[in-house]
Design a protein around this ligand. Structure first.
Ligand code: PHE
Ligand code: CA
Ligand code: ZN
Ligand code: ZN
Ligand code: ZN
Length: 283
């Protein structure tokens, strides 16, 4: 699998920050900063040869949007999906939550195009709206699929918060999900291990968009660099950073800006996105 250049991921984060600054300081559902973020991601993918589609839904009295991007190669009856939410809370620009996962996914997709990848299975990416209001976009997407369309999705991997300033290297525990996949869990662990990064399993429950896919019976997994919980002394020993300090002190705050990103974490988690997708798709 390729090494995703962290500078390119950071450039996408700078664009999300610029968009928030120009739109009242956030990229939240129903606000212009969300739609501008979606248009930015879509234009990059369209130029790279993806088949993109905006999936519209209504939530909390506002129109919401998901962006779905297919790499139009490989077996359409075996689809591997990766995604993350593109909306922020209204209090801030949401650069770690979840500009980070969104940017890593975007740069991974652009790398698929640059390499002119011809995977055995079809790759599909999703950027979700209205996660912060209760997984509304991803749920609307899953509900919009027929049983046959759901059945071809063989895996969904989720990336929500990957650049936390006091980072963790968490892999979603398969046992914490209705359809948690041990194979995906082990693959994500192997991705970090290939870069000599120790990991821990974490029970994220229903706290992000993978839960919508799990409820539909699709095998799921994901990675996470931590939010409001404080890093333990043992975790600081293992990963560096500060013990007894939150993984992300700016979680859901106005200070979740480009200054709220640990570049090493962003780099490693982004590389693991690529590692997982190359492997799952048979690239
Ligand atoms: N989904 C949470 C949010 O956006 C963050 C989170 C991600 C929590 C993954 C746990 C696991 O606020
Ligand atoms: Ca990298
Ligand atoms: Zn959030
Ligand atoms: Zn989030
Ligand atoms: Zn495992």
């Amino acid at each position: 699998a390729p090494d995703i250049p962290v500078a390119s991921v950071q450039a996408h984060l700078s664009e999300f920050q610029r968009i928030a600054n120009a739109n009242g300081g956030n990229r939240a559902h129903g606000r212009p900063g969300f739609r501008a973020s979606l248009d930015y991601v879509k234009s990059k993918l369209d130029a790279a040869g993806f088949t993109t589609r905006i999936h519209q839904f209504t939530a909390s009295g506002a129109v919401g949007y998901n962006l779905i991007a297919d790499w139009p190669h490989g077996d359409a009856n075996n689809v591997i999906m990766a995604g993350g939410h593109l909306d922020s809370v209204s209090r801030g620009p949401g650069i770690n939550d979840n500009g980070s996962g969104s940017a890593g996914l975007l740069e991974t997709a652009l790398t698929v195009s640059r390499q002119n990848l011809r995977p055995a299975k079809q790759l599909r990416f999703g950027w979700w709206g209205a996660e912060e209001l209760g997984l509304l976009g991803s749920t609307a997407y899953v509900n919009s699929l027929t049983a046959a369309q759901r059945a071809v999705i063989k895996a969904y991997v989720n990336f929500d918060m990957t650049g936390s300033p006091n980072p963790a290297y968490f892999v979603y525990s398969a046992s914490g999900q209705p359809t948690g996949s041990k194979a995906i869990e082990d693959l994500l662990e192997a991705g970090f291990a290939s870069r000599s990064v120790p990991t821990e399993l974490t029970s994220v429950g229903g706290r992000s968009d993978h839960a919508a896919f799990a409820r539909a019976g699709i095998p799921v997994g994901g990675t996470f660099s931590g939010a409001e919980v404080r890093k333990t002394a043992a975790q600081a020993q293992k990963w560096g950073g500060q013990a007894n300090v939150a993984f992300d002190r700016c979680y859901h705050q106005a200070c979740d800006t480009t200054s709220n990103i640990n570049a090493t974490s962003l780099d490693r988690h982004s590389d693991v996105i690529a590692y997982a997708l190359w492997s799952l798709s048979g690239a």
